[in-house]
Design a protein around this ligand. Structure first.
Ligand code: ZN
Length: 151
């Protein structure tokens, strides 16, 4: 599939079936823009970096990253954007809630690793992707935007 065609279809689909996350993303992007952050583009997705301390979160075709992130993080967040195309109105509910609960549980369980930072990027992701919602985001990201874990 041609890249431009894919991007048009991606946005059309995001604005219709994936409307809720896209609308929230647009509002959040507007707020970040007003605070002086500049939008960047990743394979047709719009993202902002440095808007939080670490990690990232996705709102449909928009995603928001911390200052410290890798190419893999971008691919993963863009993968959540594909989940929004699949789940549509259920995406904020299903992925939002499961992701949030998982992130909290994971942060507490691995507090020691996170504090000492003794994980490689790969170990960190392997652990994080034990949750199917997160694993599926990375798999979709790889499938559509393709990148290997070490990049
Ligand atoms: Zn995720």
């Amino acid at each position: 599939m041609k890249k431009t065609f894919f991007t048009i279809l991606f946005w059309f689909w995001s604005c219709t079936w994936g409307f809720f996350a896209t609308a929230a993303g647009l509002i959040y992007a507007g707020l970040m823009r007003a605070r002086g952050f500049r939008p960047k583009v990743y394979h047709g997705n719009i993202y902002f970096e440095g808007v939080r301390e670490a990690g990232g979160f996705n709102l449909g075709p928009f995603f928001f990253l911390g200052t410290k992130h890798s190419e893999y993080t971008k691919m993963h967040e863009a993968g959540h954007g594909i989940q929004n195309l699949i789940l549509g109105p259920f995406y904020p509910l299903v992925v939002g809630i499961i992701s949030e609960l998982w992130f909290n549980k994971w942060s507490v369980k691995n507090a020691e690793h996170l504090k000492t930072d003794d994980w490689t990027l790969e170990e960190r992701w392997d652990s994080y992707e034990k949750c199917w919602v997160e694993r599926s985001a990375s798999e979709l990201g790889k499938k559509f935007y393709g990148i290997r874990k070490e990049e």
